[in-house]
Every structure is written in C-alpha cells, then in structure tokens.
Design a protein around this ligand. Structure first.
Ligand code: NOJ
Length: 556
C-alpha cells in the first residue's frame, strides 16, 4: 500500500537556518536554536523538516556555496549540534531532510583551490569546468552563457605563474564553480557525501539545482528567450503559460545525463533502512518533464514550481492541479505542492502583486505594483487552505504559518543576496523572504534570539505577527495552519484524489477529496456554499456565504 510510504503524504517544513532561531545571540540563526523550537513544529503538525545548508561555507550565497560537505559551519554550530537536533526531531516524530548542493562548490573548497593551484590540463582542473577563452589571447569567455544571478557565467583565473589564464564556469555566483559531472571522480566524491549523511541518520536530501549538473557536449552558445535568468532559466512570470509546449531547454538545464546520476544515488539510498528520500529542485517545465525526475528508479519527489507560479485564479489553478496529478501520477509518484521558499517572494505578498515579477528578481521599494498587505494575507490564507486539501505531499516555508509578507524596504546596505550585487541593484533578489522570523512580540529581535541582533533587520510590523500573539487565538494564521494540518491528517486528504464539483462559477475551485468538499473563491463575487458541516474557513464566514479570496472545507 503506497500510503505506508511516509513521503507520499508528508508535510515538509523548510527551515532556513540563518533565520529560524538564534540560540547564542549573534544575530544568526543556529542549530541549537532550531532544536529548541522543534516542539513548536511538532505542535504545528508537520511530518518532516528540510534544512537549507548548514555546511561549512563562506556564505557568499547564504550557504549554497559549500566549502566542506561533511561538516557544519561554526556559524550554525557543530556536527554534534546536528546530531542533537536530529535525535530530538526523531524523538518528536519529525524526520530530517538536509540540502545537498552538488552542482557547484564554494570557490573556497579545497578541491577548487587545488584546481587553481594545479594549472591548466591537470586532473584537479578536470573536477570543474575550466576552458580556454576565445579571442587572440583567450581574453573572451568560452561561450555566451549568463549567470542565473546576473552577469557572465565565466570567470577568468590567474594561472599559478600569475599570468591571465583559463576560465571556469559558474551558473550562479563567481564563488560557486560548477563541477564537471562527466568526471567519475566527482561522482565518487558525492557518493561518499551521501553515505556520510545517511550513516548519520538523515531521512533524505533536497537536491539543489537537480536539473543542472550535466551540460550539453561542447557547451554551445545559448540566448534565453527572456533577458536575465531565474532558477528556471529566465522564463518564469506571474502568468506562466502552463499549457505551453515544452520549451527548448538551455544547454545547461535538464540534459538527459542528469537522470543517470539519480539512478545511481537511488541505489545507494535504497541500501539504507527507513525510506530515505531524494527531492529534486528542478526548475523545468512542463510538469511532464518534471515528472522525469521521479520515475520509479530515480528520485521520490520533485518540487512543483508550476503550482507555485500559478496566479490566484481558479481556471489556472484547476488546470495546474489536473496537470500535476496527471504528470506525477503517470510515473507513480505523489504530486507535491508548494507556495513559498527562500528563493521566491513570500506568497502573502506574491499573490497580491499587480505587476509582472520574474522569479528570483524579488521586490523592493521601486517595484511597480507592490502588494496590498491585507489582500495578500487574505489570499495567502485561502491559497494555503486550498493547497493543504490536495492529495500528495506539501512543503511549507518557515514563517508562512504566521502570515509573514515579503520585506520590501530592506536597506540596501543590509542586503546579502549575490543577485543584488551582480545586477548592480537592478534586481532586489531574495533577501526579502529571508528575514529572521518573529517568535515573541515583546522580546528583543521578536524572540528570534536572546539579543537585539538579527542579520537582516526585522520590520516593526512583525511584532503583530509574532507567534506568541497567534498561539491559541482562533482565526489567527497559525491556528488556521494547525487546524488544516490536523484535518488533513484526520480525513486522509493526502491519500485521496480530486473530484471536481461543478456549478460554483468560473472563479471558484471546487472539488471533493474523500469526505471533504473544498471551495476556494478566487474572485470578488460572494458564492453560496452548499449544505454541510463547515470544517474550516480561511476567514470568518457570515452564514453560508463564501466571500472572495476565501477557502472553506465542508464535510461531504
Ligand atoms: C537554488 C537554491 O535554492 C538557491 O537559494 C541557490 O542560490 C541556488 N540554487 C544556487 O545553489
């Protein structure tokens, strides 16, 4: 029975260690801070946590630039702190997934430092993607690829004798050189990394840039259809055409060879007891292509970014839900659902943006069409209530259970996202969704830590959103999440299906899942609900009327 596989139905809560909880008061979240708050997560009702990277790193991309894959950065604690965290989580019935960053390392990694020192043509250089430049003296980059964070995807190095030399590829920041995954040595190192964490007891890995590790032979030039880049190659907008024919993929995304890597990893994971999982961060479309990552002998889950990118409009939502269930179902995998993470504008803001906003660009003071906070929160609550009624596995991002919006007015000097620097401030980047979260309204740093310090400044309005003010308060966003998670479990919604209900108008997403009927009104006109016991509503209802931007669950 597939329902016995925990990951098919799990609600997985993403912890961004820098911003979750700071135990030592240095303004940076840490592992001990996470451990201390695990009981709160148990009470929330989640099944697993996914930790964004806590490995040794110079933090040029907030830890997605790893300098030692098998150790914890002192900023966050020690390996022993990780063990305590994991033991505590397991004792509370919470599984632990860690992030794996195999597309690139930090330029501080000893492997890359050795590659620089060894010079052109060496075995060490062959661990990464070094090439001679074009032009008379090699002064031009090897091809025209652009970094996802803006600017050129190649950086030229000085050779050991000091002369200008080869170029190395970095699809992200210049401090994140891409590995050459055609090199068996690289594959062997990562098998060891997997085993290191599996031996330590982790329940799985979220695999960073799982669509990017293999590059097309010859590294051909590529010009994206939309200027700039995003995690998915520069095509993501607020109104994606989810029915579009598969676009031609850039020569650095979704190359067939990536799947051999995951088949290899799957064999390793299956050697371990306890259903360890792989979850793909693969920004590709359409969903039928994403489903290739979760064929039976590959990964277990893939993030459903098509769902995340769908606007708050019933026709588009119905279509992406159908497409998701069909695409993942066709390969025997559960669909996943996600609305927020550390790379996108928080959905309490995103769903009320009135301008186009490319994924990864972020929002800031000069963004056109900034969201109305009240509308945004209302839509976010309705959208979450819809998502948590869908069959499959859902991802939550820390702070969304408090209704946190994107922070729009961060001072420029506080920003850390390389996107901001590499585009000369043209793209705000992702700092606005990474601000440390508020636990206690009246405490310094709103209870993020014991001191006033917080690595990104927290807005004053967040006092009202602090967890302690929402705890036990009927109708608060926190209590809405708890109720939805409790009912989701009690009614086995994650194991169910979607049977569309007709007759509620074009702007209402209406379906039956087992013994629950779900109605999400994405329009502005109120709709009358049918008879039946009200189990949950994202807003207080007057009688049987479901207003706009509201979701309700009724007993079937
Ligand atoms: C995707 C991660 O989620 C993002 O935060 C990171 O910057 C890039 N991959 C590069 O590792």
């Amino acid at each position: 029975m597939t329902g016995s596989e925990w990951w098919r139905t799990a609600v997985i809560y993403q912890i961004y260690p820098r911003s979750f909880a700071d135990a030592n008061g240095d303004g940076m979240g840490d592992l001990a801070g996470i451990t201390g708050h695990l009981p709160d997560l148990q009470e929330l009702g989640i099944d697993a946590i996914w930790l964004s990277p806590m490995y040794t790193s110079p933090q040029r991309d907030a830890g997605y630039d790893v300098a030692d894959y098998c150790d914890v950065d002192p900023l966050f604690g020690t390996l022993e702190d990780f063990d305590v965290l994991q033991r505590t989580a397991h004792s509370l019935g919470i599984r632990v997934i860690v992030d794996l960053v195999p597309n690139h390392s930090s330029s501080d990694h000893p492997w890359f430092q050795a590659a620089l020192a060894a010079g052109a043509g060496s075995a060490e250089r062959a661990h990464y993607i070094f090439r001679d430049g074009q032009g008379v003296t090699g002064e031009l980059p090897p091809n025209n690829w652009q970094s996802v964070f803006g600017g050129n995807a190649w950086t030229r190095v000085a050779e050991p004798d000091g002369t200008p030399g080869q170029w190395y590829l970095h699809l992200f920041d210049s401090t994140q050189p891409d590995f050459d995954w055609d090199n068996p040595w690289v594959r062997e190192q990562f098998r060891d990394v997997l085993r290191f964490w599996l031996d330590r007891g982790v329940d799985g890995f979220r695999v960073d840039v799982a669509h990017g590790m293999i590059k097309a032979a010859g590294l051909p030039d590529y010009t994206p259809p939309v200027a700039g880049g995003s995690m998915g190659g520069g095509t993501a907008t607020l109104e994606p055409d989810i029915s579009a024919e598969p676009a031609a993929m850039p020569p650095y995304w979704a190359q067939d060879g990536v799947h051999d890597i995951y088949r290899d990893w799957r064999i390793i994971l299956d050697e371990y007891p306890g259903q360890r999982i792989l979850a793909a961060e693969a920004w590709v479309d359409p969903l039928t292509r994403v489903a290739e990552w979760v064929r039976p002998d590959e990964m277990h889950q893939a993030f459903n970014f098509a769902y995340l990118e769908t606007p708050w409009r019933a026709p588009a939502l119905r279509r992406v839900i159908d497409d998701s269930l069909a695409a993942f179902g066709a390969v025997g995998a559960p669909s996943t659902w996600v609305l927020s993470n550390h790379d996108v504008v928080r959905h309490a803001s995103r769903l009320a943006l009135s301008g186009d906003n490319l994924q990864g660009h972020g929002i800031g003071p000069n963004t056109v069409g900034l969201p109305d906070a009240v509308v945004g929160l209302r839509r976010a609550r309705a959208a979450t209530a819809l998502m948590l009624a869908l069959p499959g596995s859902s991802y939550l991002y820390q702070g969304e259970e408090l209704g946190l919006p994107e922070v729009v007015d961060l001072p420029d000097h506080a920003r850390e996202d390389p996107t901001w620097f590499r585009t000369g401030g043209e793209r705000y980047g992702r700092d606005g969704c990474r601000v440390p979260i508020p636990w206690e309204a009246a405490a310094p740093s709103y209870g993020f830590g014991p001191s006033e310090k917080s690595w990104l400044p927290q807005p004053a309005e967040w006092a009202h959103l602090a967890r302690d003010l929402q705890e036990g308060v009927p109708g608060s966003t926190l209590e809405l999440y708890k109720l939805a998670l409790r009912l989701r479990r009690a009614h086995s919604l994650a194991l169910g299906g979607v049977e569309w209900l007709e007759g509620f108008g074009d702007e209402v997403v209406a379906f039956r899942n087992g013994d629950v009927r779900v109605f999400a009104n994405t329009g502005t006109s109120p709709v009358e609900l049918p008879d039946g016991e009200l189990l949950l509503a994202s807003e207080t209802l007057a009688g049987r009327i479901l207003p706009g931007d509201t979701t309700a669950w009724l007993r079937a």
